[in-house]
Ligand binder design. Structure first.
Ligand code: MTE
Ligand code: MO
Length: 426
């Protein structure tokens, strides 16, 4: 899984354990590595990934040389990335540029290192006493075709944090950056509009500064001590190792990802991703084959997931997303994983009725999969004759569009239809 060529070469993706431990254990783990060569008994039931991805099992997408999360000792303290040393400065950008920006943004009380009042972790947690939010979010890179993981993120809305700075004027965007070593080329930054920061429709989702993941402190690798979480967006807006926020009157989006020809206002895509563990497997004829994967509930929601398995001879050329065979294929419905028992699934002390995008009386998500979250899906295929097969899956959204429609390009989130090949042997 290489980063997109449009991204900085400094950005690298490291693969953590790919298939997580499942109820069926070691056999599945071996298959996940794609090393199975002889036919193996098919598992009796489909195997799902854990609903919450342990912090250390997320795929990591980080720039930097060295990467911030490899720092240790004094260097880590100097970077202000230990819980004790963490400080975040909040200032006003002096930027003006005619004709669009005639006056600069101002803040009544900037929070600065020099002023001795930069935001620290105790102050953030204290704000959390009153304003803490929890949100279940799938982390997904705009340029990578596999979800990175899903977590319950806990923190404080950005608007409450900015409230510490008193009156502000001429603010049209909020820019923010993570720790980036001394080389300015390594700056990783993102932004939200003033409205996205300060106003949230009832039941909608605020941008927040997260300090917990799955009930534990946010690890250094996941961007701790404090990371921005933009619930509706791909990973590039959820800046890790947050250290600098500045309000600006520059109306333009300055995201690092905008420089890479990406849509810097993308929303998470509704899309089904097929588990790689199927690739290269051999199943004995007569046994059911389970097709599994994860479906993200993006901006347009999930109506259903469908699959298509076809027998192939030789080396068929890849099918484009708009290939007539693919559009006219006999797609069949998949089933979605059942909702877990939320009381036991969520970390101790997190009341499901208080999780954003959950029903505040019943304590269950308002949609399944949860909005901007994901769940597993599966299909069980029986009676396949010996031969080689291709398996595909696609989501259909609540507007009736089948993946990857309706948008014309992949630079606002990879959601091409995936294919995995397997064999049934006699
Ligand atoms: N400071 C900083 N934040 C960052 C990045 C980075 O390189 N530096 N990468 C971003 C990108 S492109 C993605 S997809 C997500 C990945 O999050 P993860 O490593 O926790 O899975 O982090 C985002 N936040
Ligand atoms: Mo990304």
């Amino acid at each position: 899984m290489n980063p997109d060529p449009d991204e900085s070469p400094a950005e690298a993706v490291s693969r953590r354990r790919f298939l997580h431990t499942t109820a069926l254990g070691a056999g599945a783990a071996a298959a996940g590595l794609g090393v199975a060569s002889a036919a193996e008994p098919a598992p009796a039931a489909p195997e799902f990934r854990p609903f919450l991805t342990p912090d250390a099992d997320f795929f990591d997408v980080s720039r930097g040389n060295p990467k911030p999360h490899t720092l240790t000792g004094e260097a880590l303290v100097k970077a202000r990335l230990t819980p004790e040393s963490w400080r975040c400065e909040i200032t006003a950008d002096p930027f003006v540029e005619r004709p669009h920006t005639k006056v600069a943004a101002t803040l009544e009380t900037p929070l600065t290192l020099d002023g001795g009042n930069a935001l620290d972790l105790p102050a953030l947690r204290e704000l959390g006493q009153k304003h803490e939010v929890h949100f279940l979010k799938a982390m997904q890179c705009l340029n990578i075709d596999t979800p990175l993981g899903q977590g319950l993120w806990t923190g404080v809305p950005l608007r409450e944090v900015l409230g510490l700075c008193g009156k502000m004027s001429n603010v049209r965007r909020v820019y923010y950056r993570g720790f980036h070593n001394d080389n300015p080329n390594q700056i990783f930054q993102s932004s939200v509009s003033y409205t996205q920061c300060f106003e949230t429709a009832p039941g909608d989702l605020p941008v927040f500064l997260a300090y917990r993941l799955n009930g534990g402190p946010l690890s250094l690798e996941r961007g701790g001590p404090v990371r921005m979480i933009v619930p509706w967006s791909h990973g590039y807006k959820s800046i890790k190792w947050l250290r600098q926020i500045f309000v600006t009157n520059d109306p333009r989006n300055n995201d690092t990802y905008a420089e890479g020809n990406n849509d810097p206002d993308s929303f998470l895509k509704t899309a089904a991703y097929v588990d790689k563990s199927l690739e290269g497997r051999k199943f004995p004829a007569g046994q059911a084959v389970h097709l599994t994967g994860q479906v993200i509930g993006g901006l347009s929601g999930v109506a259903r997931v469908e699959f298509w398995v076809r027998r192939v001879e030789g080396e068929p050329p890849p099918l484009a997303d708009d290939a007539p065979e693919l559009l006219g294929a006999p797609w069949q419905p998949c089933e979605l994983e059942e909702q877990p028992d939320w009381q036991t699934m969520l970390p101790d002390g997190v009341d499901p009725r208080r999780v954003l995008a959950f029903d505040s009386r019943r304590g269950v998500p308002l949609a399944w999969p949860p909005r901007y979250g994901m769940c597993s899906y599966f299909a069980t295929v029986k009676d396949l004759k010996p031969g080689r097969y291709e398996a595909r899956a696609r989501s259909v959204d609540l507007n009736g569009y089948a993946q990857p429609e309706p948008r014309p390009l992949q630079k606002n989130g990879k959601n091409a239809i995936q294919v995995r090949r397997f064999e049934v042997v006699g």
